[in-house]
Design a protein around this ligand. Structure first.
Ligand SMILES: CC(C)(COP(=O)(O)OP(=O)(O)OC[C@H]1O[C@@H](n2cnc3c(N)ncnc32)[C@H](O)[C@@H]1OP(=O)(O)O)[C@@H](O)C(=O)NCCC(=O)NCCS
Length: 221
């Protein structure tokens, strides 16, 4: 083997290994910001509420202001290192645009408390790309306000999205996140597999190959 030919590859491999380690470390550090289940329960009790207070329903146009507000807050808390996170005006116009283009290619669910306050949401979209031709559904967004994490509400939202895709004749879905986002552990706990790029790297993509299995799995958890 010619060592001269190998030399340029070594630093590249090193950089790749370092960045893999970095996303794992970022994931662990970001996860420290999350509430434990007991902290979320305590906060709920302090507000006089309980886990039975929440329901999930399809998002409607009049939810737009609350969707935008929750989107801004939960996004900024999730991606807390971003200096200029999207503003309320940006999210408002994005949600308005989505509802204007209500062509059946997307749907959203909201989690509401007993006073109909939105505390989280998920959006599903049909998916079609040459890179991942086997997948027809995309979990495009899933966000809960941090005070409501680890109460099982994310799982309930995920199942609603899966069930709706099934009614559309779609039995699989992908999602794309930041590799450093600890929410990856949530997807893995709920049966998603990691998607790897052509270079073998993990870039934050996940997939469920069988949404019926996801729904069945969650019903017994
Ligand atoms: C993703 C999200 C909706 C999950 O909702 P949730 O209500 O907190 O999740 P659940 O309570 O249903 O969690 C179910 C299980 O998933 C796993 N899980 C969830 N979050 C986890 C985490 N950060 N680390 C490890 N495991 C996790 C656990 O096994 C958990 O069960 P447990 O709490 O009994 O241990 C919520 O964490 C969230 O809004 N995250 C921030 C927004 C975000 O990153 N969105 C994705 C952008 S692409």
């Amino acid at each position: 083997m010619n060592p001269l030919r190998l030399r340029p590859l070594a630093p590249l491999r090193e950089i790749k290994n370092q960045s893999m380690k970095l996303y794992r470390l970022q994931r662990i550090l970001s996860n420290l910001r999350r509430n434990s289940r007991s902290k979320s329960l305590k906060l709920l009790q302090q507000r006089g509420g309980s886990v039975n207070d929440f329901s999930i329903r399809r998002a409607v146009e009049t939810d737009i202001p609350q969707l935008a507000a929750v989107h801004v807050k939960a996004w900024a808390d999730t991606y807390f290192t971003y200096r200029n996170p999207p503003t309320y005006e940006i999210r408002l116009s994005q949600w308005k645009e989505s509802f204007r283009n209500n062509d059946g290619s997307w749907f959203a669910y909201v989690v509401v408390d007993k006073n109909n306050n939105v505390i989280g949401f998920a959006k599903g979209k049909t998916y079609s790309t040459a890179d991942l031709p086997d997948y027809q559904g995309e979990l495009n967004k899933i966000f809960l306000l941090f005070d409501y994490h680890r109460l099982g509400l994310g799982t309930r939202l995920l199942v609603k999205v899966a069930e709706y895709f099934i009614t559309m004749g779609i039995n699989n879905m992908v999602l794309f996140s930041e590799p450093s986002n600890p929410t990856g552990w949530f997807y893995e706990a709920r049966g998603a597999k990691k998607l790897y790029g052509k270079n073998g790297g993990f870039h934050g993509g996940y997939a469920w190959d069988n949404l019926r299995d996801l729904v069945k799995m969650v019903k017994v958890v």
